[in-house]
Design a protein around this ligand. Structure first.
Ligand SMILES: [Zn+2]
Length: 143
């Protein structure tokens, strides 16, 4: 029989980090304007989401910003009923993978009032959203 005795650390971690975003700043300013964007390699044409500042395929460092239409097909999803501490105020939510018509896969929440109607293969749309906490993000919605 496995020993499942554990000790819970009482310290609370306060983790903050800084990321340079100058090469992908269009992504963040775009969200505030209602646009979701990725980056496209000027050399090999590969499109990235989340936006990358450099192309790991060909080592190009001068990528261009591309706005996505948002139209996508739902490839898979799951309902998260037991939420992590960071989302404890959100209740359960749906995490989905959608394939944008631009050929890029996106992992995001799927915001649907009718979870029973969610089907793999359905059309969904990726949109910029302002979260209750005041920051901007993106979510899928039924088409
Ligand atoms: Zn490239």
């Amino acid at each position: 029989m496995p020993d499942d005795t554990v000790i819970e650390d009482r310290r609370v971690l306060d983790l903050r980090y800084r990321m340079p975003i100058s090469k992908i700043s269009n992504f963040f300013s775009g969200l505030e304007k209602g646009k979701v964007s990725g980056t496209k390699c000027r050399r090999c044409g590969r499109v990235y989401f989340p936006p990358q500042s450099d192309c790991p395929d060909c080592m190009e460092g001068n990528l261009e910003s591309v706005d996505f239409d948002g139209e996508a097909t739902l490839e898979t999803f799951t309902v998260v009923e037991i939420t992590p501490t960071s989302f404890v105020g959100e209740g359960s939510y749906v995490v989905a993978v959608g394939l944008l018509k631009e050929g890029v896969r996106v992992l995001s929440w799927l915001n649907s009032a009718d979870r029973g109607s969610i089907r793999i293969g359905m059309k969904i749309r990726l949109k910029a959203v302002k979260k209750n906490e005041g920051y901007y993000s993106y979510e899928f919605f039924p088409y």
